[in-house]
Design a protein around this ligand. Structure first.
Ligand SMILES: [Zn+2]
Length: 165
């Protein structure tokens, strides 16, 4: 059965193809911000695995802001109900800005436990991607270790992946 909440992860596993998709979207949207929702599962070892990036239209009125399409968000929530997957967080790009949460990101991060992934894109070239855990309204972010799925310890990766698919 689907659970309402997933325990906050201690690290994030980001498979290389999804990271590549983020970088491609960041380049395509440049100099505007690209954004999307992160879908995946939690694991017993405290890792969150990103299994899907759902691209969103950027509904923000400014080039240096992003706003996820609420219709997409609601549709995705409905689609995932009972699937074992959840919306784990949000991804967006930072054109010509480090991959760290901005003041407006902090102002928009109301949901504790929500993952925020940010990809830098500088002069149209995608740079680093970093992961953060939102601490709740007004409480900012905690950086989380971000690894490629392949880099997970072999035994855990094999067991965990098998159990979830
Ligand atoms: Zn931002």
């Amino acid at each position: 059965m689907s659970q309402v909440a997933v325990a906050p992860p201690a690290r994030v596993l980001l498979p290389a193809p999804i990271r590549a998709a983020m970088e491609a979207m960041a380049r395509a949207a440049y100099p505007a911000e690209a954004c999307g929702l992160l879908v995946g599962t939690g694991r017993a070892d405290g890792a969150a695995t990103i299994e899907r990036l759902e691209p969103s239209l950027n509904r923000a009125g400014h080039a240096d802001r992003f706003e996820i399409d609420i219709i997409l968000h609601l549709r995705l929530q409905r689609e995932l109900r009972g699937s074992g997957q959840h919306i784990l967080g949000v991804w967006h790009s930072h054109p010509d800005h480090p991959p760290e949460p901005s003041a407006s990101d902090a102002a928009g991060a109301d949901e504790a436990g929500f993952l925020w992934l940010i990809t830098a894109v500088t002069a149209g070239v995608a740079g680093a991607t970093r992961a953060y855990l939102a601490q709740g309204k007004g409480a900012g972010f905690t950086p989380l270790p971000l690894a490629a799925d392949d880099a997970a310890p072999a035994a855990n990766a094999a067991d965990g992946a098998g159990a979830l698919r």
